[in-house]
Design a protein around this ligand. Structure first.
Ligand code: DGL
Length: 274
């Protein structure tokens, strides 16, 4: 038993989709969340800058005495070196591994699509793993950079029809090639994409399985804590949020990602100090 908090971080607020899943799977755990709202987005940046930011984010969480760290960010999970993660003083989990395994399990025709930020697709993180897991896999991958700003502007599944029209055009623009490749499984490899799941599903067709990495990672973290004897037993787990820009916009946008779960306190920190 270990009642220290779980540390979760993301380039911004998208990682709250991960917090929402953790709340469902691990209701007795405390969570410390860091969203790098002052430096988001990561997905369009160079590997060197992403690594520097990732190290600072992790150093901040470690200063809060977390018992494990989950990178909810697709970009960070795709670029943070496994060798470095293995040296951390607490267990580290990204979102790529569990989602790739789920995709390998789901596919019947070995044709798998991957979408994510430019940095995620460039890293070929999912692709490398899938080629090991699914011999002969045919992989079609593409970055979808407009999805993040569309989601943050509220052009999501449950938005008004005129907003949805715009998102649907962008979905068609990005995903036609993947649909035409005949994939039966599509990895939504970025924190924001699950908020477009219904529209993406309608475009791809109902036979295509959509993999949500936040869900698979939360499930994996639950197993990992149990295996290592690190589960907490708080009567009700609390969440404490930290951001690197003023918290105002956090409160406005957080609802979009958190769903019904209403979070805890929000504080601003100076991430450059870590
Ligand atoms: N959180 C990022 C990801 O999942 C998306 C936003 C960004 O580019 O920083 O890749």
């Amino acid at each position: 038993m270990d009642n220290r908090p779980i540390g979760v971080f993301d380039s911004g607020l998208g990682g709250l989709t991960g917090v929402r899943e953790l709340r469902k799977h691990l209701p007795h755990e405390d969570i410390i969340y860091f969203g790098d709202t002052g430096r988001v987005p990561y997905g369009s940046r160079s590997p060197e800058i992403i690594l520097q930011y990732t190290r600072q984010d992790i150093a901040f969480l470690l200063s809060k005495d977390v018992k494990c760290i989950m990178a909810a960010c697709g970009t960070v999970s795709s670029t943070y070196p496994a060798a470095e993660a293995a040296q951390l003083p607490v267990p580290y989990l990204g979102v790529v591994d569990a989602a790739a395994r789920e995709a390998a399990f789901a596919t019947r025709n070995r044709r798998i699509g991957i979408i994510g930020t430019a940095a995620t697709i460039r890293s070929r993180s999912y692709e490398k793993l899938l080629r090991q897991l699914v011999p002969g896999a045919e992989i079609t991958a593409r970055p979808c950079p407009l999805f993040v700003p569309l989601v943050e502007a509220g052009y999501v599944d449950h938005s008004a029809p005129d907003k949805q029209q715009i998102t649907k055009l962008v979905i068609a623009q990005y995903l036609t090639e993947i649909r035409d490749a005949g994939v039966d499984t599509l990895i939504l490899g970025c924190t924001h994409y699950p908020l477009l799941k219904t529209m993406i599903g309608e475009f791809m067709g109902r036979d295509v399985v959509l993999i949500d990495p936040a869900k698979t990672a939360a499930h994996r973290l639950e197993q990992m804590l149990a295996e290592r004897g690190l589960r907490g037993d708080h009567p009700t787990g609390q969440a404490h949020f930290f951001v690197s820009d003023v918290p105002d916009s956090f409160a406005q946008t957080a609802d979009l990602f958190l769903g019904e779960y209403k979070g805890g306190p929000i504080d601003q920190i100076a991430i450059d100090k870590y």
